[in-house]
Design a protein around this ligand. Structure first.
Ligand SMILES: NC(=O)c1ccc[n+]([C@@H]2O[C@H](COP(=O)([O-])OP(=O)(O)OC[C@H]3O[C@@H](n4cnc5c(N)ncnc54)[C@H](OP(=O)(O)O)[C@@H]3O)[C@@H](O)[C@H]2O)c1
Length: 283
């Protein structure tokens, strides 16, 4: 039986490239995102080209209601999950709120994935050695976590708010591992590098150009396939099947920011996330 992997943000960029490579390796796939058209096109392509079973199920990850409905659909069809890739993410020029009245970057990049992981925990536990991969960013470096400022930030600075949401991905990873001491699930975070994707296109052409121009100037711009390499490595390599609670860059462990190792910040984020989602992860 093929292993099963769920990828959020599979309709574009790093998630799409990871889906193609994992299908090539023989994984069955659950793909999600908001664009039905792109998602369906990709699952048809993967099924035809690699003879795997993949399907697209729509979900707006920023909406807690959508995440709950999505998880129900997944669990009604699948009784085990080997790999969860929490990849969907965005940055926004203007302050916006999610349908739950939560700042949209935090809701999209962290909170929806926190709830999704919680809701899929029982089917992850059912597979031997399940793996969860959280796609973070180098943007988390230098950012401080202010727990009281996440839901309704007093000031909106898009880089700070985005970097903080990517810091939340790392804090979540470490805190999950500290709390989850009796299950077979490993969890790691990844900085994919600077990747030429649709990221930042929602902010307009010049912001997108500035984003990729930064990495072009450093001669570090990656293709989506290259940007997905560490994600695929963590999802599939035997070398890392027991590695947990680490931050990866270029398929190697790397130290994340000092702030990401702050136990009080991790605890605060965890408790806030549980409260906003109305769940209790580990009892
Ligand atoms: N590109 C980079 O240089 C870079 C660097 C560091 C980290 N990252 C991280 O890499 C991850 C993937 O980004 P990318 O570069 O591949 O960008 P991308 O090409 O823009 O892809 C983003 C994906 O996220 C999905 N998505 C966005 N908002 C969503 C929502 N509300 N609900 C469901 N899906 C949503 C999009 O799907 P739909 O539009 O179909 O919803 C799309 O599939 C992000 O977490 C980003 O922070 C990227």
């Amino acid at each position: 039986m093929n292993k099963l992997c769920l990828i959020t943000g599979a309709t574009s960029g790093i998630g799409k490239a990871a889906a193609k490579e994992l299908a090539k390796l023989g994984f069955d796939l659950i793909l999600t995102g908001r664009s039905e058209e792109k998602g369906k096109q990709l699952s048809d392509l993967l099924n035809e080209k690699y003879k795997v079973k993949s399907e697209f199920i729509r979900c707006d990850i920023s909406s807690l209601k959508d995440v709950r409905e999505f998880a129900e659909k997944v669990k009604s069809k699948y009784d085990r999950l080997n790999v969860l890739i929490n990849n969907a993410g965005s940055r926004f020029s203007e302050y916006q709120k999610s349908s739950d009245e939560i700042e949209l970057t935090f809701a999209t990049n962290h909170l929806g994935h926190f709830l999704l992981t919680y809701l899929l925990l029982d089917i992850l536990k059912k597979s031997d050695n399940a793996r969860v991969i959280n796609v973070s960013s180098s943007a988390h470096y230098g950012k401080q976590m202010d727990i009281d400022d996440l839901v309704s930030p007093k000031e909106y600075n898009r880089s700070l708010i985005y970097g903080r949401s990517k810091l939340a991905n790392v804090l979540f990873t470490y805190e999950f591992v500290r709390r989850n001491n009796n299950s077979n699930i490993v969890m790691n975070a990844v900085d994919p590098g600077g990747v030429a994707t649709n990221f930042a296109k929602n902010e307009g052409f010049f912001r997108w150009l500035k984003h990729i121009g930064f990495y072009i100037a450093k001669r570090q711009l990656l293709t989506p396939k290259q940007g997905a390499e560490t994600v695929i490595y963590l999802a599939s390599s035997e070398d890392v099947k027991n590695v947990t609670g680490k931050f990866f860059y270029e398929k190697k462990e790397k130290r994340s920011s000092d702030e990401s190792y702050d136990l009080n910040k991790a605890k605060g984020l965890w408790e806030l996330s549980e409260q906003l989602c109305g769940v209790k992860f580990f009892t």
